[in-house]
Design a protein around this ligand. Structure first.
Ligand code: ZN
Ligand code: ZN
Length: 330
């Protein structure tokens, strides 16, 4: 199991065994892979075909992509090649337990029992109970389940039960953030963590490309691609390894900066990142520690020893952020 591998017993300078705890996979052959885990093609309300989507993301330096058409499974397995991996999935338009709209992403590596290529995932009834039932069922069958864009859905965190079927909350939905100023779910996620819910974060484009058709300017100001992403540290490039890394939390969400390492060792927390101007370490209390500067790439600070969880957020001079997943310490 990845989570067990993340615990390392190592020796300090005096030869004593000390424990390093991290969310990132500890494997010298592991690879960092940049991906978009939420996107729409012509098979729902998007403007690009899956092939055009893959070409564009490959061209922009991505390693993997999930096509998640609304209520429809678009099979993209044949587009995977040696340097680019397609993750399978769809986005459910369902209801929360209060019957407000919720959108949920289901991601998987290859096959899920009961879901056929091209299948429409129409719910028999649009109620919270039926939607949640499907979420639990597909999680049980091996899907990675993410609650999408809570702020855009006008959900507040108390409307989601402590016990829920989600692996993650999408905290950066670039399309709705860029085009509508409604895609930041980081406060929602933080509130759920404060309540004791063990949820990973998530970042994606949720691109539809309606404002940047493939025969237009894909880098226009109105393009909803290439702004919010997930970087996994996985055993290899296979869809199975990427999904396994996501389930274990071995990834970070970003709109720009990179996080190279984040771990706790010998009572200290360590963060390494691309050049930033602010690094924050937060937990279940208010802001715990910070480091500021014009070119900050590392922060090491002592833990109080009572923290239940810690997470890092690294912000660059352009106002973009990278969010680690939490390390749970209790
Ligand atoms: Zn959605
Ligand atoms: Zn979407």
């Amino acid at each position: 199991m990845l989570r067990e591998k993340a615990w390392l017993s190592i020796k300090n300078k005096r030869g004593c065994a000390i424990m390093k705890k991290t969310i990132f996979l500890q494997d010298e052959n592991a690879v960092w892979l940049k991906g978009n885990i939420h996107s729409h093609t012509v098979f729902s309300d998007g403007s690009w075909t899956p092939e055009q989507m893959k070409d564009q993301y490959k061209k922009h330096g991505y390693d993997f992509l999930a096509v998640t058409d609304h209520d429809t499974y678009t099979d993209t397995r044949s587009l995977t090649d040696d340097t680019f991996t397609m993750i399978q999935g769809f986005e459910l338009w369902g209801n929360a337990s209060n019957d407000k709209d919720i959108h949920v992403n289901f991601l998987w590596a290859d096959e899920v029992e009961g879901i056929a290529p091209g299948q429409k995932m129409t719910l028999p009834e649009r109620t919270g109970k039926v939607s949640l039932g499907l979420c639990y069922e597909l999680r049980e069958k091996g899907c990675y389940v993410m609650l999408n864009h809570p702020h855009w859905s006008l959900l507040t965190s108390p409307e989601i039960e402590n016990e829920n079927p989600y692996h993650a909350v999408e905290i950066m939905n670039y399309a709705t953030e860029w085009l509508e100023n409604m895609g930041d779910g980081s406060v929602f996620w933080t509130e759920m963590l404060l309540r004791g819910c063990r949820l990973w974060n998530g970042g994606s484009d949720d691109n539809h490309n309606g404002h940047c058709p493939i025969d237009g300017d894909v880098d226009s100001m109105y393009c909803d691609s290439f702004g919010g992403f997930t970087v996994v540290k996985a055993a290899d490039r296979s869809p199975q390894a990427i999904i396994e890394a996501m389930k274990a939390g071995s990834f970070y969400t970003s709109t720009g900066p990179s996080i190279y390492d984040f771990y706790v060792e010998d009572g200290y927390v360590h963060v390494k990142c691309s050049p930033c101007i602010r690094i924050y370490i937060n937990g279940e209390t208010r802001q715990y520690q910070r480091k500021m500067g014009r070119h900050v790439t590392e922060f090491v600070t002592k833990l109080k020893g009572t923290e239940k969880l810690i997470r890092a957020e690294c912000m660059d001079a352009a106002g973009r952020s990278a969010y680690s997943n939490p390390i749970f310490l209790d």
